[in-house]
Design a protein. Structure first.
Length: 441
């Protein structure tokens, strides 16, 4: 891909770009998404130097700050609390809403359904635009601002576009979004349009949109903010740091998450590796990546022990993970090695039934998120996860991201909807209401 230099030398001395294949090193102040060998790049931190700068106490001391009339990113953001191991940046350059600080939910009925004694849900749908993408976008757009980017761009099936549009608007940078026509949930498209992004609907799927965006970046000099951009993944690492801190730096046995473009799988592994190297934790939890059956190229490759990279035309109700050729494939393989991780698939029916139970618990999530819950149940049934192990499932987006799928499930479009809550039709009379209430109470 084309490269360029920053307009000014803002690159912190503690970071560089490093190829995950040949380990070639490039300056962090160079616009570059791939190594000359074609390998993916990491933002690589000087961990030796950071060992003397970061500690559990440092991050614990930032959990709260003095109240005030203005948002202070380094105090209020659950991403920038960990800035030394994400992106060293000054307050006046950070683009933040703020994001992060998402809750861990526990529900006894849901835990019973999956078969676990200690099952928690980290709800990334409670970020500003309703998904985990805000964590990566605050870092990616901050980096774009540091580089003086004239515009930012992404391909998206929804959540990335919503987040990019919002953060670019906060930064005052034009945003270009390429989406597959007819394959984006209305709730996500509405956000992109409302935040003022220039939105292009193309005839094709996500992978077609991504190929076009790569050409736009190469030939037109627009800054890419898909997860190919390593700075995006740095922000997504903060999900793991928050989990570790939430458990007082005593990690759960498992972290279970949906897998689409595999950016989170990649980011989670890197976060765990760095936390372990820096002495923040003494052991690395196992990662389980859950794919939808109709969008499972990583799982198909996993079955061959990654001797062959699979791709496919993705089709699943979980639009956020409907990706047939994931960008972070190689980074995700590394995560499995670091964490002794596993990959499985779940059907759309399993996803939607799990989602119905998450929703019924008063928590709510988009379809892709529920893959974590359905996958946890399947892993426990298979004996891979033990019922007494502590598990954190990741909910990636909120309930209103894809209301159409929810309404379809509850109104008869899903013949195997085990937990459908169909609307009750009745005459506008009190007696009709009383008759129905007698069935309920």
């Amino acid at each position: 891909m084309a490269t360029a230099n920053l307009q000014d030398n803002h690159a912190p001395p503690t970071i560089s770009l490093q190829c995950i294949h040949c380990h070639a090193v490039y300056p962090a102040n160079e616009i570059r998404y791939l190594c000359d060998c074609g390998g993916l790049l990491d933002v690589w931190h000087d961990l030796e130097l950071l060992r003397s700068q970061v500690s559990r106490g440092l991050f614990d001391g930032r959990l709260s700050g003095a109240p005030g009339p203005r948002v202070t990113p380094t105090v209020n953001s659950g991403v920038w609390r960990y800035r030394e191991i994400i992106l060293p940046a000054t307050v006046d350059t950070i683009v933040s809403r703020p994001e992060g600080n998402t809750p861990l939910y526990e529900d006894r009925q849901l835990s019973g359904w999956v078969g676990a004694e200690n099952f928690f849900l980290k709800h990334e749908g409670e970020n500003p635009t309703g998904s985990f993408k805000d964590r990566g976008m605050t870092v990616g757009v901050t980096q774009a601002r540091l580089m003086g980017a004239r515009a930012v761009v992404c391909a998206s099936t929804g959540n990335t576009s919503a987040s990019l549009a919002a953060y670019a608007a906060r930064a005052g940078i034009p945003a270009l979004i390429f989406i597959p026509a007819g394959k984006i949930a209305a709730g996500k498209l509405a956000q992109a349009l409302a935040y003022g992004a220039h939105t292009f609907q193309i005839n094709g799927d996500f992978d077609d949109a991504m190929r076009l965006v790569r050409q736009v970046c190469d030939q037109l000099g627009i800054y890419l903010l898909n997860s190919l951009n390593p700075f995006r993944l740095e922000g997504q690492k903060s999900i793991v740091f928050e989990i570790l801190q939430g458990f007082q730096w005593q990690p759960p046995q498992w972290i279970v998450l949906p897998g689409g473009n595999l950016g989170n799988t990649a980011a989670f592994g890197k976060a765990l590796y760095e936390a372990h190297q820096l002495g923040l934790v003494e052991r690395i939890p196992r990662i389980a990546t859950i794919q939808a059956e109709g969008a499972s190229p990583f799982y198909q490759s996993y079955l061959t022990n990654f001797t062959e990279r699979k791709s496919m035309k993705a089709t699943t109700v979980a639009s956020a993970i409907s990706i047939g050729n994931p960008v972070s494939y190689e980074r995700a393989i590394r995560t499995l090695k670091w964490s002794d991780g596993v990959v499985i698939t779940v059907s759309d029916e399993e996803i939607m039934n799990a989602k119905a139970l998450v929703d019924r618990a008063g928590i709510g999530c988009e379809p892709a998120s529920a893959a974590s819950v359905a996958g946890t149940r399947k892993l426990i049934e298979a004996g891979i996860i033990k019922p007494d192990e502590t598990i954190v499932g990741i909910l990636t987006g909120n309930l209103l991201k894809d209301p159409g799928a929810t309404v379809d499930y509850h109104t008869g479009a899903w013949p195997q909807a085990q937990y459908a809550n169909c609307p009750i039709k009745l005459e506008p009379t009190l007696s009709a209401v009383q008759t129905e209430l007698e069935k309920i109470f």
